[in-house]
Design a protein around this ligand. Structure first.
Ligand code: PAP
Length: 325
């Protein structure tokens, strides 16, 4: 890396001395501010914390990886921008992946030209919509201190694990030795996964959503699947742009749900080929989009291991997930 501002921060903070673990795909995870940060994100995360100035009107989609980020980005974008774009024609989601429309704060400050990026962001039309995989305590102070809103999505750790294992092991790292599912689960239960431990990630936002319900809306992938209509309305109310009765009777909510549905998004030409950035193959963001697919991957011993870990980590928190088929 050249002498970028990020690199200076990298040296200042002496990250190289942090504990590190081999990642599931290429690269390492560094134990940074109590979470395992993938090496490719370190510079971006430091710059995000250092430079990003949130505005009160900002909306942040936050998630643990493989929990439904692509879907929630699409839904939130469509809800916020429904007066600019109808759900049927010329909608940006028909020609762009939701990750292209809702950038990751953890990644946009990677590399040089930070000042240029900051000035571009400050001129972006409001409300600005961003996303992050960073745990709540590590968000930039301006996000915590401003009136901006955070919509968080989590998912049953069983399904999140399978989604991540397939994605990182089979898809992202074709050229590397495969990590077995048992080995991957071992690491996952120890918290070792990008942005993990998953329990701390979920609990950080969960507690914040209870303490400041106007600031953080906590959603579950399973509940969104089960009752999309209810939660799309909930998100709109939370973002202070509730649907009118007229919109409801004109089918605006259903149109948004259909536009953002797994089948619709997976089958759009824009999502069938190409990459986001250099490496993220768009079609791999859409695998099965189901609840409970983990039963096809877990042995009884693995179920036992993850169930016990979840009981230990989440027990008493009020946050729970189904741990039997
Ligand atoms: P990311 O962290 O790489 O952005 P993310 O979008 O959070 O991934 O999660 C991907 C999961 O969401 C995949 O789940 P699966 O592996 O169990 O299939 C993906 O299929 C699913 N997904 C993507 N788009 C949608 C959608 N529109 N509706 C429901 N699920 C979706």
């Amino acid at each position: 890396m050249a002498s970028t501002e990020g690199m200076k921060a990298y040296e200042e903070d002496n990250l190289l001395s942090l504990p590190k673990q081999k990642g599931w795909a290429a690269g390492y995870f560094y134990l940074f501010q109590d979470f395992w940060c993938p090496s490719i994100f370190i510079e971006g995360v430091i710059n995000f914390q250092k430079h990003f100035q949130a505005k009160d009107s900002d909306v942040i989609v936050a998630s643990f990886p493989k929990s439904g980020t692509t879907w929630l980005k699409a839904l939130t974008f469509s809800i916020l921008n429904r007066h600019r774009f109808s759900s049927s024609d010329n909608h940006p989601l028909l020609t762009s992946n939701s990750h292209e429309l809702v950038p990751f704060l953890d990644f946009i400050f990677h590399g040089d030209n930070i000042q240029h990026k900051l000035s571009h962001l400050s001129n972006t039309t409001e409300p600005r919509l961003f996303s992050t995989h960073v745990p709540f305590p590590s968000l930039s102070n301006s996000i915590k201190d401003s009136n901006c809103k955070i919509v968080y999505i989590c998912r049953n750790p069983f399904d999140t694990f399978v989604s991540a294992w397939v994605f990182f092991n089979k898809i992202m790292s074709d050229s590397l030795n495969e990590v077995t599912i048992e080995e991957a689960l071992e690491n996952y239960c120890k918290g070792i996964i990008g942005f993990g431990p998953i329990w701390e990630h979920m609990l950080g936002y969960w507690k914040e959503s209870i303490a400041t319900p106007n600031k953080v809306l906590f959603l579950k992938y399973e509940e969104l699947k089960e009752n999309a209509n209810f939660y799309v309305k909930r998100v709109a109310e939370f973002l202070d742009c509730p649907f009118t009765e007229e919109e409801e009777s004109n089918g605006v909510i259903e149109n948004i749900i259909n536009l953002c549905s797994f089948e619709k998004m997976k089958n759009l030409e824009v999502n069938k080929s190409g990459t986001i950035g250099k490496n993220l193959v768009k079609k791999y963001l859409f695998r099965k989009g189901e609840v409970g697919d983990w039963v096809n991957y877990f042995s009884p011993a693995m179920i036992d291991k993850l169930s016990k870990t979840m009981e230990e980590k989440l027990g008493g928190s009020g946050l729970s997930f189904k741990t039997c088929p």
